[in-house]
Design a protein around this ligand. Sequence first.
Ligand SMILES: [Zn+2]
Length: 74
Amino acid sequence: MPDNRVVQGRMVTPKRLAELIEDDTVMEADSIRDAERECPECGGDVLSVGYMPSVTAFVTGYKCQDCDWGTREE
Ligand SMILES: [Zn+2]
C-alpha cells in the first residue's frame, strides 16, 4: 500500500501508526502525512495521522519516525 511509511525501522499502515500513538486499537485512520515539525526528543521527522479512537471521537496523532515520541491532539 502506498500509504505505508517506515517508523522506527518498521513499515506501518495508517491504522498501525494510529495504534502506536494511541497504545490501543483504533477504528479508522486517514492517510499518513508529514507533520512538518521536529521531534522534541531527537529532532527527527514527525508524521501525523488523523484517526478515530472510538465512534464519537476524531483526533490527530503525531509520531516520530526515529524514536518512541508521540502525542495526540483532540
Ligand atoms: Zn524522535
